[in-house]
Design a protein around this ligand. Structure first.
Ligand SMILES: Cc1cc2nc3c(=O)[nH]c(=O)nc-3n(C[C@H](O)[C@H](O)[C@H](O)COP(=O)(O)OP(=O)(O)OC[C@H]3O[C@@H](n4cnc5c(N)ncnc54)[C@H](O)[C@@H]3O)c2cc1C
Length: 408
């Protein structure tokens, strides 16, 4: 098991510099344009693919970094560049992780390459779980998957919402109900292959921030997928459902929810994205405070401004430490006994929101305009207390975990 260390090794430093270079030279200069266009920045994704930054290989390498710091480091640098563009680059990863976590080796080998495409023909993927009536309350999901035994096909019907890359993805991963009696234990994940009839994009949302990232409804109308598209396979599903039914009947002890454990392990990566946005805004504010002169001296000469910057930097570093702790725990296979994954996402998300707001304040009128990047960073940061579990849901998870009380 790797020791927890804050010293990055030479390989990690090299990767960080490489990702930072792409974020500084390619992503940051394009940020304002794609924010205004509110479109997926395909040319930038392609640039990332050309250098191997948009690829399964890159994410797998970082994922298997034994210290656990590969992914949070890469995320922080990309999102330091720009959150909307970075989300377009890493959004496919959410669907890929869904397949890696639940799929067979064959499914991983077949579908993940199709999620990324290649540098000449880049593709994206979407992970579709949320529904209009099932956001925080995942168990309220209604999209149904029914098995047609005669044809060995699954038939999917329902409406998904808020799907990052929904409708423009080559491959969609869709979570659906296979046994409504079992609540979230009766869910399964399916691959919807490219160009499958019946899957259509619904409304594309016009958003407050991360506007370069495509978010849309996905409508599933009698979508038929082969039996082989059930992630993990039918045998494993049947066994899992039988165990869940048995437990429901006997009121047996709940085994630790595997989905919850996966969320705990993936939340630090989302926290790292928020750290990247917060750090970016802090840096802009620091530079501005040193150069903007009022009353004959730089505004940083005022404690009122300097102390804000001190607090901002402290919060950014504290958020990164929580993210790194949880990432290391996930890599080391340590149990999240105090919901450390949720803690990192909660604190980093709230930090991004508050630090970007303070940055706008320090830039005064300029901070409020699109001439400077901090208003965009503030708009982007706001999603980090909402998606991948709202701040309230993180607090619920932490409170339940540390108290053992089933707080509602
Ligand atoms: C830009 C964007 C991208 C997204 N990408 C994806 C994606 O790729 N795939 C996907 O499946 N989903 C995605 N989502 C969905 C996202 O995960 C949900 O929006 C989120 O889980 C919250 O669900 P909701 O919007 O329905 O809010 P609700 O669940 O309706 O919550 C509304 C408010 O009530 C609070 N609340 C709810 N329950 C409780 C409770 N028990 N205690 C205290 N407070 C509570 C919430 O914290 C929130 O403040 C995305 C969303 C957005 C906006």
């Amino acid at each position: 098991m790797p020791e927890f260390a804050l010293d990055l090794n030479d390989d990690q430093k090299a990767v960080r510099e490489w990702v930072h270079g792409f974020a500084a030279d390619v992503i940051r200069p394009a940020a304002a344009e794609w924010d205004e266009r509110e479109e997926t920045p395909w040319p930038i994704i392609q640039e990332a693919a050309k250098i191997g930054l948009y690829s399964l290989d890159f994410y797998a390498q970082q994922f298997f970094d034994p210290t656990g710091l590969g992914i949070p480091m890469a995320m922080e640098e990309l999102f330091w560049g720009d959150a909307g563009i970075a989300l377009s680059i890493v959004g496919t990863g959410l669907a890929a992780v869904g397949v890696l976590a639940n799929g067979t080796e064959e499914q991983v080998g077949t579908w993940i390459p199709q999620m990324y495409g290649d540098a000449d023909d880049v593709k994206v993927a979407a992970f579709c779980s949320s529904e209009p009536d099932a956001g925080s309350d995942v168990a309220a999901m209604r999209t149904r998957a029914v098995y047609d035994e005669a044809k060995d096909e699954w038939v999917l019907n329902g409406t998904k919402t808020w799907a990052t890359n929904g409708g423009i993805a080559n491959v969609h991963v869709v979570v659906a109900v296979v046994d409504p009696e079992l609540g979230s234990k009766g869910h399964a994940s399916f691959i919807v292959p490219p160009d499958t009839p019946g899957l259509a994009q619904g409304q594309k949302f016009k958003k407050h921030g991360i506007r370069a990232s495509h978010t849309a409804e996905v409508v599933l109308d009698d979508v038929r997928v082969p039996g082989s598209c059930l992630l993990g396979g039918k045998e494993k599903l049947d066994e899992r459902l039988a165990r869940a039914r048995e437990r429901a009947k006997t009121g047996g002890q709940r085994v630790k929810n595997a989905a919850m454990a996966t969320f705990e392990a993936s939340r630090p990566a989302v926290g790292a994205q928020a750290v990247g946005i917060a750090r970016a805004a802090y840096e802009v504010a620091l530079e501005y405070a040193k150069t903007r002169v009022q009353f004959g001296r730089p505004i940083i000469d005022n404690q009122g401004v300097a102390f804000q910057l001190a607090d901002m930097r402290t919060r950014v570093d504290a958020a990164r430490l929580l993210v790194w702790r949880a990432s290391w725990m996930a890599a080391a296979g340590k149990p999240f006994d105090s919901a450390e994954g949720s803690m990192s996402k909660l604190f980093a998300g709230e930090t991004a929101k508050s630090v970007t707001a303070q940055a706008m304040q320090i830039l005064g009128g300029n901070g409020y305009t699109r001439e400077y990047p901090v208003e965009r960073m503030h708009r982007d940061a706001a999603i980090y207390t909402i998606f991948e579990g709202t701040s309230e849901i993180q607090r619920l998870v932490i409170a339940r975990t540390v108290s053992g009380v089933p707080i509602r």
